[in-house]
Ligand binder design. Structure first.
Ligand code: M6R
Length: 366
């Protein structure tokens, strides 16, 4: 039931902090990160030399973030692919110690299940990150990590996205541990950083009025451009997908540095651009992109870190996020503004946010 919320999208956005707390609870033991669900021995985990992350849609965006976390923390090479592409590729390279991780909220996405079967056929172990107990993905995999986000009813995925990112972060830490590339102290520090995420999300949700105000920029727009760098290029992809799904407004997303290689031609006075520009290594580069946006009279809505005057002075609206200790975890917090923004834009345009046209909650045909 809606329990007082106007729609499931609003309810599920609000449920994110608790979902993540549930997932993180009791995951740090004496020997480090506890992920017994993996059903892999220490030796098997330590031997993993390549990982394929396979998923569709929003879950694919989780895969992009997971790739960065695994490569940065565990130093294991990762290939991330859309299941619908992967299934027809002939260049899949499976070693004796390749692990396939499928990421699927519903556990029923046909392309993703087909990818898992293909990998099993090639001799790889398959591990599923899913939200649905007893789903086909769970039943057919060698190990399952349930993200425990609770039923997600709204077709547009919100709480499963953030919970799946956290699940993959735990997996990356577990792998780093077994590969001997991270000290127990470092693991504990990353775990504490993850534990701080729910409160940061609560803070973002308490600032929904910022998204409501910014939604006015999109009321009569016909298109929007999302920009971000590094891990937040993925936040841009997910923000654009959310906006398209629920508001039917055309949106595309690019790594910010790619704007000058083509998309900049779209800019004209009033054109809405959403820039994800938190306080991180690439901040100043993205600020330069915002200046280019402004020079063409386009309207910039930014997601930025509290107190960032350099962004505030350039943008029509700023969706503020509190500081996040580890910049690789910012996507889990920043995306919440984009979920809320998409919902407000959809509502101002009269769309049914829970049941967008042409879409089903799980896509069970290949
Ligand atoms: O259940 P899955 O995670 O396998 O679903 C994959 C996509 O169909 C799904 O994420 C879709 O993109 C959502 N509607 C996005 O909000």
């Amino acid at each position: 039931t809606l329990g007082g919320y106007a729609d499931f999208m609003a309810k599920e956005i609000a449920e994110q902090p608790e979902a993540i707390e549930r997932l993180l609870s009791g995951r740090l033991g004496e020997k480090g990160i506890l992920l017994d669900e993996l059903k892999m021995t220490e030796e098997e985990l330590a031997a993993v030399d390549r990982i394929y992350l396979i998923a569709c849609g929003t879950s694919y965006h989780v895969g992009l973030i997971a790739r960065t976390l695994i490569q940065t923390w565990a130093k294991v090479p990762v290939i991330c692919d859309y299941a619908s592409e992967f299934n027809y590729e002939q260049d899949v390279l499976v070693t004796d110690h390749t692990l396939c991780v499928i990421i699927t909220q519903s556990g029923e996405t046909a392309d993703t299940l087909a990818a898992a079967r293909k990998m099993h056929g090639m001799g790889a172990k398959v591990f599923a990150v899913t939200n649905v107990l007893g789903s086909t993905a769970a039943r057919e995999s060698d190990g399952v990590l349930y993200v425990q986000a609770g039923p997600e009813v709204c077709v547009a995925s919100t709480k499963a996205y953030t919970a799946q990112m956290v699940a993959c972060a735990l997996f990356a830490l577990r792998l780093a541990q077994s590969h001997g590339v991270m000290s127990a102290e470092e693991v504990a520090t990353h775990y504490q950083d993850l534990k701080a995420i729910p409160d940061a999300i609560r803070e973002v949700i308490s600032r929904s009025w910022q998204d409501k105000q910014a939604a006015a920029v999109f009321r009569s727009a016909t298109s929007a451009l999302f920009l971000g760098r590094g891990v937040n290029a993925t936040t841009a992809y997910e923000g654009a997908l959310k906006l398209k799904e629920v508001s039917y407004l055309h949106a595309e997303a690019y790594p910010a540095g790619e704007m000058k290689h083509g998309p900049i031609a779209l800019l004209e006075p009033g054109f809405p651009v959403v820039a994800i520009v938190p306080a991180d290594r690439v901040h100043d580069k993205t600020v330069s992109n915002i200046q280019e946006v402004n020079a063409r009279g386009a309207v910039c809505v930014a997601v930025a870190t509290d107190g960032d005057e350099s962004v505030a002075s350039l943008c029509e609206h700023v969706l503020w996020i509190p500081p996040v200790a580890d910049e690789l975890l910012v996507p889990i917090v920043a995306v919440v503004h984009l979920q809320i923004l998409a919902r407000y834009v959809a509502r101002t345009r009269g769309c049914d946010v829970d049941k967008p046209r042409n879409l089903a909650k799980s896509v069970t045909v290949e």
